[in-house]
Ligand binder design. Structure first.
Ligand code: ATP
Ligand code: MN
Length: 479
């Protein structure tokens, strides 16, 4: 058997010395031709391997370079040196893969995040990305655990759909028609009847509508999958391909929905606090370091770990859209014309600068805004009795802005159909969606959480491109 190794994380956790161990990993550093720092990705902590002088050939020692992979076996002993409790006294070292130190892009120095994006195939080997992707994994695991504990069914909704759920954004077309001379209708438009699915199709922008169908049988479901938006917004919080978690619950109203979303966010953050302490500590220090280059006024008041503790320990602030508009309108910021988009009337769509003012300056904590004007929200949101607003809710997070968008859904067929007509949504295409309102309709609600924005929030990474392995953004699909 080749693989009788123990992972470095487990080895360090156990810390039990006096027996033979085998480890494998990649060399992070090699000091004094004697001390190897080896990492295998199970933790940011390296294991020190001591290659006692004279015990190993020069030819072998020369091949122990940064980035090389190797297998080392020997006794785990208490370390006499500083910086680690235990180390391995190497009895054997076998190089598995050489690494030309001259050509290896990851030099033992600080690289910029921009540079590391260009070598996304190697950036997993840095401490920053090691921590980010272990935290991302932990969050994903916690998502499933949270819903499973509550009896939700994990539903896989289609990636290829014929509907643009809500006009959420530009879609990516899916087609097998030729670019040169596609079949045409008499009026000259492309004839999608000849296309693979016999109609025009695109990559999904949301699994919500399909999710609602299943909630009308299972009561509680969630989706967790990739979504695609061809929006040409080159921001630090938009991707063309991102992962979304979308629970849908029958017998829920807006308040139940807000309660679940808040409990959910706290749960997954708590999971990371409990299980990824080393990674969070590292990311917290990394962020503090990064913030030193910012002017004092722009630095956060809390460290990353303090912020996360604060979020799990405190209720989110809840207020209506109408109340938020009042706060914004009356703010000195607005009066001094410091918003790019002035807040002058009820009904405007909130810009990210407004959202960030509310969470970062005014409340200094996550905020749930509810009951938005119906004109700025999707057709399926439940209409309130005032005739002006819908039972929508957005959760805004410090440093990120919108992290969750949700609503109570319109379960009343007549109101839903009327709203679709007003908004020019072709109801014949959504006949299946409307049927749930005809056959045993129930009050229900749901929300969508952008997974990468959540990972950003928990890791403190400022750019969304640094929390997904291989980001897809306008003009960029390398790897
Ligand atoms: P925004 O106003 O920030 O573009 P949105 O209103 O388009 O968001 P929704 O359609 O409500 O967002 O999608 C639900 C969630 O998905 C959002 O709250 C956000 O967390 C996430 N999200 C939306 N668009 C993107 C994107 N392009 N990249 C990453 N996450 C996204
Ligand atoms: Mn958007």
């Amino acid at each position: 058997m080749f693989n009788n190794r123990v992972k470095i994380n487990e080895l360090l956790q156990r810390g039990e010395t006096g027996h033979q161990v085998t480890v494998m990993g990649w060399v992070r550093s090699f000091r004094n031709n004697q001390f190897i720092a080896l990492n295998d990705g199970s933790t940011n902590n390296n294991i020190q391997i001591v290659a006692t002088l004279g015990n190993f050939d020069d030819a072998l020692l020369k091949r122990i370079t940064i980035g090389a992979s190797l297998k080392a076996a020997g006794e785990l002993v208490p370390s006499v040196g500083k910086g680690q409790k235990v180390e391995i006294m190497a009895a054997s070292i076998e190089i598995l893969g050489d690494c030309d130190a001259e050509k290896y892009p990851l030099q033992p120095k600080k690289h910029s995040l921009e540079f590391l994006r260009e070598i996304a195939h190697l950036r997993f080997r840095t401490n920053t990305f090691g921590a980010v992707f272990r935290v991302r994994h932990a969050l994903a695991f916690a998502v499933h655990q949270f819903f499973n504990n509550r009896g939700f069914i994990y539903l896989h909704t289609p990636i290829i759909t014929a509907s643009d759920a809500e006009g959420a954004g530009e879609t990516f077309r899916v087609t097998t028609l030729p670019f040169e001379g596609p079949p045409r209708n008499e009026d000259g438009s492309v004839n999608f009847k000849e296309d693979f699915f016999g109609r025009s199709t695109n990559l999904t922008v949301s699994g919500q509508l399909e999710g609602e169908l299943a909630a009308m049988a299972f009561s509680d479901i969630y989706t967790f999958g990739p979504t695609f938006r061809a929006e040409n917004s080159n921001t630090a919080r938009h991707l063309a391909e991102f992962w979304m978690i979308e629970p849908e619950m029958a017998f829920y109203d807006l308040e139940d929905n807000m309660n679940l979303a808040e409990e959910f966010i706290r749960y997954i953050i708590q999971y990371v606090i409990d299980n990824n302490a080393t990674d969070l500590e590292f990311l917290s220090q990394r962020l503090a370091e990064e913030e030193k280059s910012k002017p004092q006024a722009e630095r956060s008041e809390m460290s990353l770990t303090e912020k996360l503790q604060f979020v799990v320990g405190n209720q989110f602030e809840r207020l209506t859209y109408t109340e938020a508009i009042e706060i914004l309108k009356e703010s000195n910021h607005n009066k001094k014309k410091k918003f790019q988009y002035p807040v002058d009337r009820w009904g405007i769509d909130l810009q990210s600068e407004h959202e960030r003012y509310l969470v970062e300056k005014h409340f200094k904590k996550p905020v749930i805004l509810s009951n938005y004007p119906k004109e700025i929200k999707a057709f399926y949101m439940r209409q309130n009795a005032d005739g002006k607003t819908v039972a929508a809710m957005d959760i805004l997070a410090p440093g990120i802005g919108e992290i969750v968008g949700g609503s109570q859904r319109e379960e009343r067929l007549d109101l839903l159909e009327a709203r679709m007509k007003e908004m020019n949504i072709p109801s014949h295409e959504l006949w299946w969606y409307l049927e749930t309102r005809k056959f045993g309709t129930v009050p229900h609600a749901g929300f969508g959480l952008g997974f990468e924005r959540m990972v950003q929030f928990v890791t403190g990474m400022t750019n969304i491109r640094d929390v997904i392995a291989f980001p897809r953004t306008p003009g960029s699909a390398e790897f």
